[in-house]
Design a binder for this molecule. Sequence first.
Ligand code: GTR
Length: 438
Amino acid sequence: MTFSLPRFQRLASLSQVGLVLTFVSVFLMSTSIYGQVPPANEDESLVVMGQLPDPLVGRDGHLIADRTAWPKQREYLLELIGENEYGFAPSQPANVAWKVVEQGWMFDGKTKRTQMVVTLSTEASELNIDFVLFSPAQVKTAKGCFLGLNFQGNHTVDKDPALRIPTSWVANSKETGITDHRATAQMRGAQDTRWPIQEINERGYAVATAYYGDIDPDFDDGFKNGVHGLFPQHQASAEHPSRWGTIAGWAWGMSRLLDVLVQLPEIESTRIAAIGHSRLGKTALWAGANDNRFSIVISNNSGCGGAALERRNFGETVARINTYFPHWFCPNFKKYNQNETALPFDQHALIASIAPRPVYISSATKDLWADPKGEYLSGWYATPVYKLLGFKGLPSETPPVADTSVGDRIGYHNRTGNHDILSFDWQQFMNFADRHWK
Ligand code: GTR
């Protein structure tokens, strides 16, 4: 999928204007715009969802009746969602090369750690991504592999001192003590509860990760850095209504990492899952929806712009996410601020566009911001698509009690606790993978 640029070309030279606009928009955001976004609703009795568009209604307005029509229908859904929400990644290819830069063993020799630098290049530019694979050392090929991006650097997923520290942009925060956008050694292992590597390897699975900021920094950089920078012709398209946003950039990056994984002897290329938490859960869904090579897709606490139905307006809303994270989606998505009923789809169509591949959605009971019920219901309303294709999705319109995993080709659980991804979640994902990759 691609888009034309000429109308926007001249904007490229007007970087000063861009700078002024950035200041103005930051000022506006800190004053009036935020004030205009209505307070978030977290009261179920106030939810009025209305009618959801049917993901089985095709381009011509007719219901698709049999499974042979599904591949075309899926393309149509991806087009609708790309056009109105995430934007389209460029159709031009990038060259993908990688080299192993370090290898070693962890957890008493049970885990093999392979660190690579993946280099994406185009005629214009080059981007290096640190990529690490943790594979079970005792087998030649793992039973399957989970590929997910991490939030703070590969060195944060475990305390292992060999893990490389990113040199790309990281977010400043009180919590991490980072003030100059540079990663620090103090953060080693800081996110290890989110990455139970040893447990995953003990169950025969490999897990691979890269720092999301290596792919694209998480701020509005005028399309200059990260994967966007590989295609400078697109810098001029920053205002194009369906140009790729940062989530589409991260998702495209996941597919480039997948290009590498499928060639590694430790990995069974047909058994690679896309996984992600929160904004990276949104990313895993969009990556998995577009790239059929992901044979399972897992969304953890992905909420608004992820698994949660937008029309429920529960917790985070389209208007809020577009205001606080204006770079994540394409400009068209802003048309739906406080106007969700105008969306020609809802997030159940995103789940459905993964069909017939298995998809797992997980929520956390205290994560109302991500709307656990809305996350469940998108799986429920995607179920008819799986049914048409001869598979079972979720069992009922009523979400299950906490800490119980339900479903067949669509899986779901709602873990007791906060917005996070923990060992309990991984156990359910691995049980799900055991079932579908047997
Ligand atoms: C929140 C945002 C969510 C979610 C989360 C995260 O601030 O509102 O949509 O993406 O960040 O990624 O941690």
